[in-house]
Design a protein. Sequence first.
Length: 213
Amino acid sequence: MEVNYLLSRSYVNEVPDTELIEYAALIPEGPILDIGVGNGRNAFFLAQMGFHVLGVDISEEVVNECNRRAQELKLPVRAIYSNIMDFKIDENTYACIICSYVLPFLKRSDALRLIERIKHGLLPQGIALIKTFTTRDPGYIRLKKKGLSEVEKNTFYSPKLRSYFFYVEPGELKELFTDFKLISYAEGYSLDITHDEPHYHGWASVLAQKPGK
């Protein structure tokens, strides 16, 4: 089954995630990994604070543009072209790992495996930021109404788009980080005006710190 899990990163805007703006001071020294770097909105924000950022994205066009902007702005951001499921996340390496709206395009088993890889990839006291869609999302409701069969729990596959669509249940993302110090957790239902026509999303966001010294 061929999978294009990010569909050229259509879920992007120019504003960094609110959680990073509010809690960037908690990130310890060290490199940062931005999974699904997109246009670099989070990467460039953190690079301006002095962090060295490695971005990963499945869109070669996006990666090239991100690297071009990094050179132009003279910021320590480097993007590489890779499917995140093929990318090796070295253990105890990163001060912060960002995974903003990447999980929705993985099947459930891969999404859960990626979360564990993120945890292992963080340095002690490192920060994980994970954002994703929930089963309150209208997209999930539409897929259920269409009668599309689930390939895994709360996971659908579109042959036309060559993509999975995965949704966490309310509270599920928080439960996945009970072994971390919870800094921020939120769920919501809000209007998205960053791409295409205005539409709504049900979402969840967790910012958590790895234990240890």
